[in-house]
Ligand binder design. Structure first.
Ligand code: ACO
Length: 423
């Protein structure tokens, strides 16, 4: 088969576009010379067909429901690995050996204390500030407190910045929780055994007894959020980083991108929607909410449903749904929202509007029910997503930073405004 495509322009001129095939047989046309050769740009709202660069971190096939980090399936990683190893894998490309993991853990532990002056930043912010504001602000603040690690051209500085961000994200997320509760933030007295247990101890207190099954479940949730190729917040890390802004600044921007309800903020919105349904008659009200979701004038969407790339059941949601059942059983929780969620899912999946548009539950649909069972408040769900995704943002920022062909991200517009006028 030819490795070029031919394109006939409106003036009849024919040009050739190089055609590439990715390692997973995905097809791609190279339009990078199009404007130079023809004067044309391409129109692609929401970047649905645009690859700004090559990448070797994550592969997903939305039709087949496949998600792999560096070639390993999320199912295998959840079963046989742990979140710290997955962070290492996503960032550096290989699962760590025992010695590499020990060294990585040591580096993270050494950088895991937030400078007291940075923690004081909370004093200037109201107690009801959304924790995503706090997480983003604290990450941005790292640039001020570690200016010696902000040169993207210095590999050693970048490595230190990675350890600082990964080491401090746990106390950053946990202290954001404590700020909202008006309680003092403390570090655990013993070294933490995992991000999951560290999180529970930093949020709920040093004497919180961490159940090993719960620890495993949190680890699994973090693994499932670790990366998702060029989604909105990851593309943000890449585009901010493309201007050679430092790592901390880029990560802070990603947190803000994640916060939106169409992206990571959906996990909070799902629970708020399920609560609305529960308070509005419970399962009896489901038809009303489905009708609203189908009505384009209502401004309401079924939160936790639909995805730009998954046109099949989101493989992360499949695992989380099972985890949800396990958690509910293990903790003996009776959550009326679970029944609403299950009935809502079943109703949507047998409704022509959703099936014809291939709208399935996404990663955010059941994760909130799991967090609720662990007594984690709703506004913390998106910060937990950020905790898991930080390694993905770092991996993408680093991949781009090491790419000698990387260029500043700068899309074009199709200008439709006024032509020149005089005053
Ligand atoms: N409820 C109702 N209708 C929907 C939904 C939904 N949740 N999602 C998509 N649709 C409809 C659209 O209205 C559109 O209908 P049309 O063809 O009649 O115009 C069709 O399905 C295609 O949807 P798009 O908006 O083109 O899908 P897009 O890829 O742009 O958006 C998104 C994807 C933002 C995730 C969307 O499905 C959505 O808003 N879902 C709800 C929010 C959500 O759960 N976000 C989390 C996503 S996962 C993540 O980012 C971590």
């Amino acid at each position: 088969m030819s490795d070029v495509a031919k394109l006939t322009m409106p003036d009849g001129k024919e040009i050739t576009l190089p055609a590439y095939t990715g390692t997973e047989q995905e097809k791609c046309l190279d339009i990078s010379a199009l404007r130079k050769e023809t004067g044309y740009v391409t129109f692609d709202p929401g970047f649905g067909n645009t690859c700004p660069s090559k990448s070797s971190i994550t592969f997903l096939n939305g039709e087949a429901g496949i998600l792999r980090y560096r070639g390993y399936s999320i199912e295998d990683l959840c079963e046989k690995s742990d979140f710290t190893s997955v962070m290492y894998l996503v960032i550096y490309g290989e699962l760590p050996s025992e010695a590499e993991l020990a060294e990585f853990n040591k580096n993270l532990a050494e950088h895991s204390k937030i400078k007291p002056q940075l923690l004081k930043l909370y004093e200037s912010l109201p107690q009801d500030t959304h924790p995503m504001v706090l997480v983003s602000t604290m990450l941005a603040g790292l640039s001020a407190h570690y200016p010696q690690f902000t040169n993207p051209h210095d590999t050693d500085q970048v490595e230190q910045a990675i350890f600082i961000a990964l080491g401090q994200i746990l106390p950053i997320v946990s202290s954001a929780y404590c700020h909202g509760k008006g309680k003092e933030f403390n570090y655990p007295s013993e070294p933490i055994s995992s991000y999951g247990s560290g999180l529970l101890k930093m949020m709920f207190g040093d004497d919180y007894e961490v159940d090993t099954d719960v620890e495993k479940i949190l680890d699994e949730l973090l693994i499932l959020h670790a990366d998702h190729e060029f989604n909105c917040s990851t593309s943000t890390a890449r585009i901010v980083g493309s201007s050679q802004a430092n790592l901390f600044a880029s990560l802070s921007a990603s947190v803000n991108a994640l916060w939106g309800p169409l992206h990571g903020g959906a996990n909070q919105k799902v629970i708020e929607m399920l609560e609305d349904i529960a308070n509005d008659g419970g399962v009896e009200a489901i038809d009303k909410y489905l009708a609203m979701a189908k009505d384009k004038t209502s401004g309401f969407r079924l939160m936790g449903f639909g995805h730009r790339v998954y046109k099949n059941y989101d493989p992360r949601a499949k695992i989380i749904k099972k985890t949800c059942d396990k958690v509910i059983e293990k903790l003996g929780v009776e959550d009326p929202l679970l029944a609403v969620a299950q009935k809502l899912e079943a109703a949507a999946l047998s409704d022509e509007y959703f099936t014809s548009r291939k709208l399935y539950p996404n990663v955010d649909f059941y994760s909130g029910i799991v967090y609720r069972a662990l007594n984690i408040p709703t506004e913390m769900y998106t910060p937990l997503f950020a905790l898991g995704r930080l390694c993905g943002w770092i991996a993408h920022w680093r991949e781009q930073n090491l790419d000698p062909h990387a260029r500043i991200g700068r899309p074009r517009q199709l200008y439709m405004g006024a032509t020149e006028r005089s005053l």
